[in-house]
Design a protein around this ligand. Structure first.
Ligand SMILES: [Zn+2]
Length: 410
């Protein structure tokens, strides 16, 4: 069990207390439900999509594996080879893609992307499969002759000013660097008429290839250029974007927001992942607990054992979430027995309504329940008097419960 910050704990405790008192008086909160995102359909664009990445989700191993297939080819065309021949062996060598270069590029990508990054409980694995074409036909021709299922990249060793880039389809209107919709993913193409995929060797930055691989995996750049008061040009992360590999290829650090954006762009809906969840909160007078295994779909049961004054409350909240969007219904029942200073009270209440289970940026889940119907009654025997309080048609109330990731026994 991990402790939430004190302020949040206090808030949750207050919410749980309100739940406890719902037997006797209506208490509401004003939180409004937020619908989780839905997965969109991919929109085919113009150009020759490289289809260079295969994504595999393994629910048993709890891994998301992206396998990227690249074909490297020298940027030299026949004329460049001829010039190199006149210049000598060193120049000729710059028209070859060697096994050492392949290893260096592959290692740069795999080292940066395989740092135990996780989407909920799933570990990201990026594998790079590289082949080399010996043809000396230049970047454009190589792109047009690309092998199906591979992104063809011209390796430029000329030492010129050119930078490394991956050509992509135009993204749909409204797509931004932070879009998580699959149709907003960068889609690398092989035969871009103006910008054949070109990577400089060696790269301009320590993690040039890892950064370019981010584009192959569907991500956008997150930097912008600007000029300071003295007229000097600089680059910085776009306002709001993490200052990570996609903003600054000098670093190999990748923000988890970037990882999540990428995985969602690949069409993997976090709501479909089979992670386990636990709710475990101590509140004044007791606790509420629950465990939910195998993902968001299905039954979430939360049990509250709490003592308020002399009242033992036993409550069961059952939310049934259908589909992969985190939306469903809930029912709630409680039962209380009070014995305080000769007073005996007994009562029950029942509620039902809608439930949403919403993933939070911190990888917790917020269960949000909205009552649409509430029923019950209480009865007390005090000093020889008996009175009964019927309950029905209570005002609508909202409840929030946080759940954290856990691991259910296999
Ligand atoms: Zn870039």
């Amino acid at each position: 069990m991990s402790l939430a910050p004190q302020a949040r704990r206090t808030l949750r405790s207050a919410a749980a207390l309100a739940v406890a008192f719902s037997l006797l008086l209506p208490v509401g909160t004003s939180a409004s439900p937020v619908m989780p995102p839905r997965q969109g359909a991919a929109t085919p664009g113009a150009g020759t999509h490289a289809n260079a990445v295969t994504w595999v989700v393994d629910d048993k191993a709890k891994t998301i594996t992206a396998t990227m297939r690249l074909q490297l080819v020298s940027a030299c065309d026949a004329a460049a080879v001829e010039r190199a021949t006149l210049q000598g062996p060193a120049a000729v060598a710059r028209c070859n893609v060697t096994p050492e270069m392949v290893s260096a590029i592959k290692a740069n990508i795999e080292n940066a992307w395989n740092q135990n990054y996780k989407v909920l409980c799933y570990r990201l694995i990026v594998k790079v499969d590289v082949t080399v074409s010996e043809e000396k036909i230049g970047a454009k021709a190589a792109g047009a002759k690309a092998t199906a299922g591979r992104l063809t990249i011209a390796i430029d060793q000329s030492g010129g000013l050119a930078s490394s880039f991956v050509a992509s389809d135009d993204q749909p209107p409204g797509a931004t660097w932070r879009s998580t919709r699959p149709q907003d993913a960068a889609v690398p193409v092989n035969n871009h008429p103006r910008w054949p995929n070109t990577w400089k060797y060696p790269g301009n930055w320590e993690n040039t290839y890892a950064h370019e691989a981010g584009h192959v995996l569907g991500l956008d750049d997150t930097y912008e250029n600007f000029t300071d008061a003295a007229g000097r040009a600089h680059t910085r992360a776009i306002d709001g974007a993490p200052n990570d590999l996609m903003a600054r290829p000098a670093t190999d650090q990748i923000d988890l927001r970037t990882i999540k954006t990428m995985v969602q762009r690949a069409g993997i809906d976090p709501y479909s992942l089979k992670c386990d969840w636990t709710a475990d909160r101590t509140v004044p007078g007791g606790a509420w607990t629950g465990t939910k295994c195998e993902g968001i779909t299905g039954k979430w049961v939360l049990t509250t054992q709490i003592k308020v004054g002399g009242t033992d409350l036993h409550q069961i909240w059952t939310a049934t979430i259908d589909g992969q969007t985190g939306v469903g219904t809930f029912v709630y029942d409680d039962e209380a027995i009070t014995k305080v200073q000769g007073t005996t009270a007994w009562g029950w209440s029942h509620a039902e309504g809608s439930a949403t289970v919403e993933l939070q940026p911190d990888d917790s889940v917020k269960m949000h329940l909205i009552e649409t119907q509430h029923d019950g009654w209480g009865r007390a025997v005090a000093a020889g008097q008996t009175f009964t309080t019927p309950r029905a048609d209570q005002p609508l109330v909202n409840w929030d419960f946080p759940w954290e990731t856990t691991e259910c026994a296999q």
